[in-house]
Write a protein that binds this ligand. Structure first.
Ligand code: GRF
Length: 209
């Protein structure tokens, strides 16, 4: 059984997609053992509590120095002995030590087709604002392994979503969530939980069924 810890920052719609997918049997051999938010009082913590999942807020604001926040985050994570750490709308830079300690065991969902519209400053609604500003006709989402870079780890899966006339960043964000994020992330967790993918020379390989 894959032990999954989900890191969140806000609404938690991706967390909810994982909870619902486990419930519905679209994800097997996995359980969410804890949820950690860097923000207090957010909907993602409520979603975890409603699902009976241990939920914690570990906020950088509660620590004098960044490294103390990193230590607290890592200590809580280690306590739950995760096989997989899922960044689901988590808007905090992952500490280097955590990337190394959980190497190839951290995945992230990013709301664009990497390598477009990603990297420093590209998160949340900002991604969709830039997509509309540039006038691209197709965007989407990417689920990838996390390495030392920002949105640079091996890509697990991607899904394209059409930009439509009259889209606002909010409308586009919702469509990318519905049509891409909420499908890609649970599917990636199910693949990992059932040993269907591995990383070779920086690329994700799907094992032949
Ligand atoms: C959204 O911008 C989503 O595209 C990205 O993180 C943000 C919040 O997602 N992955 P969630 O509703 O908290 O899962």
């Amino acid at each position: 059984m894959l032990r999954v810890v989900v890191l969140v920052s806000g609404g938690g719609t991706n967390l909810q997609a994982i909870i619902d997918s486990i419930e519905a049997g679209r994800i097997t051999n996995a359980q969410i053992v804890a949820v950690i938010s860097n923000n207090p009082g957010v909907k993602s913590l409520e979603r975890a509590e409603k699902a009976g999942i241990p939920a914690f807020c570990i906020s950088p604001k509660d620590f004098e120095r960044r490294e103390l926040f990193h230590e607290a985050l890592l200590a809580r994570l280690d306590e739950y002995e995760p096989d997989l750490v899922v960044l689901a709308g988590f808007l905090v830079r992952i500490p280097e030590e955590m990337v190394h300690k959980y190497s190839s065991r951290i995945i992230n969902i990013h709301p664009s087709l990497i390598p477009s519209f990603c990297g420093v400053g590209y998160y949340g609604l900002k991604v969709h604002e830039k997509v509309l500003e540039r006038g691209v006709k197709v965007t989407g989402a990417t689920v990838h392994f996390v390495n030392e870079g920002m949105d640079e780890g091996p890509i697990i899966a991607q899904k394209a979503v059409y930009v439509e006339q009259g889209d606002t960043p909010q409308i586009l964000q919702r469509r990318v969530m519905e049509q891409a994020e909420w499908q890609l992330l649970p599917a990636a967790i199910d693949d990992i939980a059932n040993g269907r993918i591995r990383v070779a020379e920086g690329k994700v390989i799907r094992k032949e069924d």
